[in-house]
Design a protein around this ligand. Structure first.
Ligand code: NAP
Length: 265
């Protein structure tokens, strides 16, 4: 283990955003455990990183939508004290409307985007709290706040990631554990082809390189930012959105219905 940084576990590290996180975290001095299903692609990413850094890079081939594989990764996280950072990045997208999409595939999407992310977080948080340090980076999406954009189950899964992260940040305040949620806009990865909407159909001005996305997100992390939206040019818009949400806190639960719901008939 690197003396200072420890081990970063990156899910979905065989391609796209996860592979870039692996690369940049190794450059920052982390040892790595890279997780995804495709062992060949993982080995390729690991080899590339070993060739240019002194980081120790291990790979773990696992289908995180499979309960048995997921349990093995959870056990690894619980039993490995070197782990200092978890990037919950593995995720499936969906671009088809409800009537054109298959509910079994959407259920698998929930298993990966919601259940796996949740269980891996549960596996790692207790030891982070016990050590008074650790970082969790959850990869959500802009569809968390724009669920009309793509498939609703995908949007809902990422709204879960945002809400879960908001609660985590709240619950873990003062423990020394850092939580960041990243909301990428359209990013140039295999995601789009897998989700059923080729990237070529997107205006180029709306699509970010995965390298730019990850580097911006790490700058957000370095600055102690909780929610990072690299493509949102005017950050004050999100601050206003968050301020409107916070303004309702303390006013959302009352014994009587609001006057607008009183029967005046
Ligand atoms: P990607 O290139 O398709 O990468 C997805 C990664 O997840 C791959 O490494 C894939 O590897 C892994 N994965 C998929 N199913 C898995 C499973 N069942 N078990 C374990 N690993 C699995 O797409 P990406 O764009 O980098 O996506 C990364 C994250 O960014 C996702 O959470 C996605 O929702 C989010 N995001 C992407 C965009 C975008 O425009 N690209 C925008 C917003 C958010 P294997 O196939 O080898 O398992």
């Amino acid at each position: 283990m690197s003396e200072t940084m420890g081990t970063a576990v990156v899910t979905g590290a065989s391609s796209g955003i996860g592979a870039v996180y692996a690369d940049r975290l190794a450059e920052r001095g982390y040892d790595l455990v890279l997780i995804a299903r495709n062992a060949d692609k993982l080995a390729h990413v690991a080899e590339r990183i070993r060739a240019k850094t002194s980081s120790k890079v291990d790979v773990m081939s696992a289908d995180l939508a499979d309960a048995a594989d997921l349990a093995q990764v959870e056990a690894f996280l619980r039993d490995t004290p070197d782990v200092t950072l978890l990037v919950n990045n593995a995720g499936l997208g969906g671009a088809l409307k409800l009537v054109n999409s298959d509910v079994d595939q959407m259920t698998s999407l929930i298993s990966l985007n919601v259940t796996a992310l949740t269980r891996l977080t549960y596996a790692v948080v207790p030891q982070f709290i016990a050590r008074g340090t650790g970082t969790i980076i959850n990869i959500a999406s802009i569809v968390a706040i724009n669920p009309e954009a793509l498939n609703g189950v995908y949007g809902g899964s990422k709204a879960f990631v945002l809400a879960f992260s908001q609660n985590l940040q709240h619950e873990l305040a003062g423990t020394g554990v850092t939580v960041q949620v990243v909301l990428p806009g359209a990013t140039a990865t295999d995601f789009w082809a897998i989700a059923g909407r080729p990237l070529e159909q997107m205006p180029a001005a709306m699509v970010m390189r995965s390298e730019d996305l990850v580097e911006a997100a790490l700058i957000g992390l370095d600055r102690g930012e909780f929610a990072t939206i690299p493509s949102l040019q005017d950050g004050e818009l999100f601050d206003a959105y968050e301020a409107a949400r916070r303004a309702m806190i303390g006013k959302l639960s009352t014994a009587t219905p609001a006057p607008r719901y009183r029967d005046v008939g």
